[in-house]
Design a protein around this ligand. Structure first.
Ligand code: LLP
Length: 404
């Protein structure tokens, strides 16, 4: 994404040509960037040769899933719906892992009937449920057990998953007990130890700590796991100041781990594949003078992009057209939804803005549209993909009539 003559371009495509044709808000993705991100992960983890299972929750648009599939990725799903969607996108069952703390019987049955690579179980009750269903179906199911390594991911508390107070996985003691249950079962094959300590991780140290715990638990279990699923969580540079996870260091730590444990590594990255591939194009409806600041009221709101309201997450907001003139005012960018948390950012020294100007909210590809809702009976926005300098519609804007 660069400015040319002060106009914003993505892959040499002039964004203002999109706003001329379609109404905002619009999610706009770059296929080139998606491919680059996938190549980047493959390059950094070349020595490990992992199975990369894209975490579908980050963005489950069917056309995007088909593009991701073309790059030979598998999928990490967390519901029957996601599983159905990735199968529809053509991803092979033997490249699909199923995570989540609350898989219902129908979802387990569906996953078993599709012969997916792994069901990663997160509790004793789930293991017993899988066994019951597998027995009924006269099948032998490949399972993983998710370990809660009690590792601090040093990320936002709302997106930490690997500490003992989090609902995810089981602690070391339970893990060792569950191994025995699965080992004794005639209908389950224990294949995998899985972990996932959190999301938007920017420092490799938490991963290092996680690997130490995994190593210890493998030793204690005295079991040869065919797969170790290290989850996702690789952070991206939302601040645009080069603060991203050092993949080289993470890779080196895993290489060391593999010297001790001979197994196939699985990754479940979501954000690092899709996060920085999209922008949300929005238009200023009104500018309203407030106490000490001006409210810049956008046509995009928390229902379109939930991350700031839900986690206090920061997304850079840049103008579609750059001008030199600065405003003396403080601007707060807000949406039209009736909630005080419907606010995106407060900025100083911004360029002077006018009503009907367009703004670009950056890095919204992951957990953007997938977390969106129809709150306030607002239709979900249009999604487009820039593909070889052409525009492809990924998903049409919902019609208000669809919401009646
Ligand atoms: N695997 C498991 C088991 C997960 O729970 C997650 C994310 C991932 C993989 C993918 O993590 P990623 O590579 O995308 O960091 N809505 C939040 C993020 C929630 C993440 C939930 N689990 C956000 O907008 O930041």
């Amino acid at each position: 994404m660069i400015y040319k003559k002060n106009k914003l371009k993505i892959d040499r495509f002039d964004i203002s040509s999109i706003t001329k044709k379609y109404k905002t808000p619009i999610y706009c993705y770059s296929l080139k960037k998606i491919k680059e991100n996938i190549q980047n992960l493959k390059k950094h983890f070349k020595k490990i040769n992992p199975l990369i299972c894209y975490a579908v929750k980050a963005n489950s648009n069917l056309k995007l899933l088909k593009e991701i599939k073309k790059n030979n990725l598998g999928a990490d799903v967390v519901s029957g719906g996601e599983l159905m969607k990735v199968l529809k996108a053509g991803i092979k069952p033997k490249k699909i892992v199923f995570s989540g703390v609350g898989k219902i019987s129908e979802e387990i049955e569906y996953a078993i009937s599709k012969n997916i690579l792994l069901i990663n179980a997160e509790s004793k009750s789930e293991i017993l449920e899988i066994e019951k269903i597998a027995k009924k179906k006269k099948k032998i199911v490949d399972v993983g057990i998710r370990l809660n390594p009690n590792t601090d991911a040093k990320t936002l508390t709302q997106i930490s998953t690997g500490k003992k107070e989090n609902k995810f996985g089981v602690d070391q003691k339970v893990f060792l007990k569950l191994i025995n249950i699965v080992k004794k079962s005639k209908n389950m094959n224990l294949k995998c130890l899985s972990v996932h300590i959190g999301s938007q991780i920017l420092n490799h140290k938490p991963y290092q700590n996680m690997l130490k715990v995994v190593n210890r638990v493998i030793k204690l279990s005295n079991y040869k796991f065919e797969y170790i699923d290290l989850g996702g969580g690789m952070g991206i540079d939302y601040d645009h100041n080069n603060s991203k996870l050092d993949l080289k260091k993470y890779s080196r730590d895993i290489e060391k781990f593999l010297k001790i444990n001979n197994c196939k590594i699985i990754f479940e990255p979501g954000r690092s594949i899709i996060g920085n591939t999209a922008v949300l194009i929005t238009k200023i409806i009104y500018i309203k003078e407030g106490f000490k600041k001006d409210f810049v009221i956008l046509d995009a709101a928390m229902n379109d992009l939930m991350r700031p309201a839900l986690y206090g997450a920061k997304h850079k907001i840049i103008p579609l057209k750059r001008i030199k003139k600065k405003s003396k005012k403080i601007y707060e960018f807000v949406g039209p939804v009736c909630e005080s948390t419907d606010t995106f950012a407060t900025v100083k020294n911004y360029q002077k803005l006018n009503e009907k100007d367009y703004l670009i909210i950056c890095d919204v590809g992951a957990y953007g549209i997938s977390l969106s809702s129809n709150y306030n009976v607002r239709p979900k926005p249009l999604e487009v993909l820039i593909k070889k300098s052409k525009i492809q519609i990924l998903s049409k804007r919902q019609k208000i009539s669809d919401l009646m």
